[in-house]
Design a protein around this ligand. Structure first.
Ligand SMILES: N[C@@H](CCC(=O)N[C@@H](CS)C(=O)NCC(=O)O)C(=O)O
Length: 316
């Protein structure tokens, strides 16, 4: 755990704000790969979608990076966008490429620590060194390190560069997808972190209450339905999936989100199992990296680093 300040690495975590709440800092590289290289919604242009030009850095443990991994597989981008996978253990040096099962070393920047990739893009970088990272081999820089934007690029920018067609962000459903995403992001995807890293009882109590209100709302929403928005798989499902699949194995115990488990919700459990079975979902879910990462990396909330054996869950 640590961060870069003017290009220098500092060990230590500043999770809590003054009131004991967890604050997630905004991502800092916000350019977009587009079909023709025109600027996207933010940042500068010059990042045209091309096979072989871009490289994705992920952790298999991280729910934000997992979104990008699902989209990369589902859009048939595995031959088009390269991949490196960090080691699950994030300690005093942040994410590393230490050898281990499932780790894919960095053959692009030959980094030992992920921070070297950030420094290759900006040698005076200040901020957290997070995954996912989308790297441009041609310009030698980070295009974007915000997962919600990386999945939008993967969804459409590469369609003429050899990707599978089909979108998870169809025009007619965008308003509804955005509304669902907003609540799910704040109270579920990030909600589990806000509960887990709270350092005051009242903050934890409030965040857990908000999280379970949203899970109850999702449970009702999925009654008689296979997907969150419309009757097709959308980005909203991908964004919810990566939190749901980590919930019972990690967030329920490690982050103390334990009013109910996902298996206790008939609709959410049916929905989670159905998504798990789809191409790109279960086959990108690595419960070994997931459990080891959380339980061994967050020593402030699990000082022994012991990884629990259970729960015994069969997602298939
Ligand atoms: N807003 C970012 C968040 C990414 C993020 O926080 N990733 C975590 C792993 S789950 C990370 O790399 N944390 C390292 C750190 O904060 O030092 C996104 O969605 O892409």
């Amino acid at each position: 755990m640590g961060y870069l300040l003017d290009g220098a690495w500092h060990d230590g975590a500043e999770f809590a704000g003054a009131n004991g709440e967890f604050r997630r800092k905004a991502s800092s590289f916000r350019n977009w790969v587009t079909a023709d290289g025109a600027p996207g919604p933010t940042g500068e242009g010059g990042f045209r979608a091309e096979a072989g030009r871009y490289h994705l850095y992920v952790s298999l443990a991280c729910p934000w990076a997992h979104r990008a991994l699902i989209m990369r597989r589902r859009k048939g981008l595995e031959e088009i966008v390269g991949l490196s996978v960090v080691h699950w253990h994030m300690a005093e040096n942040g994410w590393t490429f230490e050898e281990g099962p499932g780790v894919i070393p960095d053959m692009i920047n030959h980094a030992r620590y992920l921070r070297e990739v950030y420094l290759a893009a900006d040698r005076n970088y200040t901020g957290r060194v997070t995954v996912p990272v989308l790297w441009d081999k041609e310009r030698g820089t980070i295009v974007n390190n915000e997962s919600s934007e990386v999945i939008r690029m993967f969804d459409s920018a590469f369609d003429q560069a050899g990707a599978e067609t089909g979108t998870t962000y169809p025009e007619a459903l965008r308003g509804e997808i955005d509304r669902v995403n907003a609540r799910v992001y704040d109270t579920v995807n990030n909600g589990v972190y806000k509960a887990g890293f709270a350092t005051r009882q009242s903050v934890y109590d409030a965040e857990v209450a908000r999280l379970f209100e949203s899970l109850d709302w999702l449970e009702a929403r999925l009654e008689g339905k296979d997907y969150l928005v419309g009757d097709q798989l959308t980005e909203a499902d991908i964004r919810l999936y990566t939190t749901l699949v980590r919930f019972d194995p990690v967030y329920h115990g490690h982050f103390k989100c334990n009013i109910r488990r996902i298996v206790d919700y008939p609709n959410l459990w049916r929905y989670l199992k159905a998504l798990y079975a789809l191409h790109g979902f279960g086959d990108t879910t690595d419960l070994v990296h997931i459990k080891r990462h959380y339980y061994t990396s967050h020593r402030a909330i699990n000082p022994t680093g012991i990884v629990p054996v259970g729960p015994d869950i069969d997602y298939s």
